[in-house]
Design a protein. Structure first.
Length: 369
């Protein structure tokens, strides 16, 4: 008779600590040892564990080593779950942490059913996610370069007071600026400008690559359909889908909102209900994109020419959801703003409800083959 084995893996760059929990509440939990983090070593481990008719089920904590181990074990025909670190129960009084103890803890909790596996992307999904996150890093670098230049000018008493920053007029003003006493100060100023130009070129290049990669992507129809929502351009739609993955895995929009960390925290007891700030659990980039898209709903509902052009080929059902979102979220934005709610809280509420419309569109959009 086949007997299940629950295997906890504490994964590091060079080694993997392995612990095994036998089936049954009173089954033994033993430390199997540490192996080299390589495909051959993992293969030998599976052969050892499957002796005597055992069926191993693996789990390990998500970390910097990625999903390679999960894909390898899955291809070998074994169950393997990747566990979110934030969802692992830990004893507050436990002050000892070793690879062995971590592996044994994972094996014990995996056997007890106390661990929740995360959704793991395939290689195509992970490649798109890497591209999206690289663009995010480039945008952050561009913002930092611009702030460095403005801080440099402020230190020297140079202020631009003729309008908004980074417009054509502002850039002309920067190009004509020659007010530094020393030549090396002028050189430092020119280098700061060059850093901005290089960062902008990098972002533009990545935008073009993303545009070119989307048509062959499995989730391309969902990205296209999400552009029916006001404020959701190609970059925002691709980012949301790349970070979330298969949106239809959520049974209802509230699950998606909770996964995005856009629901309020709660500390209730007895007849007392206390709700606090947003949980902000899970992914960070996708909610940021939804908040960015939420700014557009401060304007009255309107189907302008750019919107009509990009949504003309979409099914009427999808376009109706986009229009419904405009009416609903504009009304919600005005109501919260008029009630005196702080701007960040208003935008968070809009982002939360926008996630519901995204879920509705995603479940009505068939994926590419």
């Amino acid at each position: 008779m086949n007997k299940a084995l629950y295997v906890g893996l504490d994964v590091h760059k060079d080694t993997i600590a392995v612990a095994v929990a036998e089936d049954g509440r009173s089954g033994e939990i033993r430390f199997h040892g540490a192996i080299v983090n390589s495909a051959d070593a993992v293969l030998r481990l599976t052969k050892t564990l499957t002796k005597n008719g055992h069926i191993p089920s693996f789990c390990y904590e998500a970390g910097p080593c990625g999903y390679g181990l999960h894909r390898h074990l899955t291809k070998l025909g074994f169950e393997c779950a990747v566990i979110a670190p934030s969802m692992i129960p830990r004893k507050t009084g436990d002050r000892v942490k070793t690879d062995r103890r971590d592996a044994e803890m994972l094996a014990r909790l995996w056997r007890a059913g106390e661990l929740t596996a995360i959704w793991t992307p395939d290689e195509e999904q992970e490649a798109m996610r890497d591209l999206i996150r690289t663009r995010k890093q480039a945008v952050d670098a561009m913002k930092a370069a611009k702030q460095q230049l403005l801080s440099f000018l402020l230190r020297h008493g140079l202020r631009y007071e003729s309008g908004h920053y980074w417009t054509q007029r502002h850039r002309r003003w920067l190009a004509e600026l020659r007010r530094f006493r020393f030549s090396h100060q002028q050189l430092a100023f020119e280098e700061l400008k060059r850093a901005i130009d290089q960062a902008e070129v990098r972002v533009a290049t990545l935008d073009q690559v993303i545009e070119g990669a989307i048509p062959s992507w499995h989730f391309a129809p969902v990205v296209d359909a999400l552009r029916a929502l006001r404020g959701v351009n190609t970059t925002i739609a691709a980012t949301v889908v790349a970070e979330i993955g298969d949106i239809t895995r959520f049974e209802n929009p509230r699950q998606l909102m909770a996964w995005l960390g856009l629901v309020p925290s709660e500390h209730s007891s007895g007849n007392t209900t206390r709700r606090g700030r947003l949980t902000r659990t899970g992914n960070a980039l996708a909610p940021t994109m939804l908040v960015e898209a939420g700014w557009s709903y401060r304007h009255p509902p309107k189907e302008g020419h750019p919107y009509l052009k990009r949504s003309a080929h979409l099914p009427q059902e999808i376009k109706d959801i986009g229009w419904k979102a405009q009416i609903r979220l504009y009304k919600r934005y005005r109501h919260l703003s008029n009630a005196g709610k702080p701007q960040p809280r208003v935008l968070a509420a809009i982002a939360r409800e926008l996630a519901g419309f995204i879920w509705d569109i995603a479940r009505k959009t068939p994926l590419a083959a």
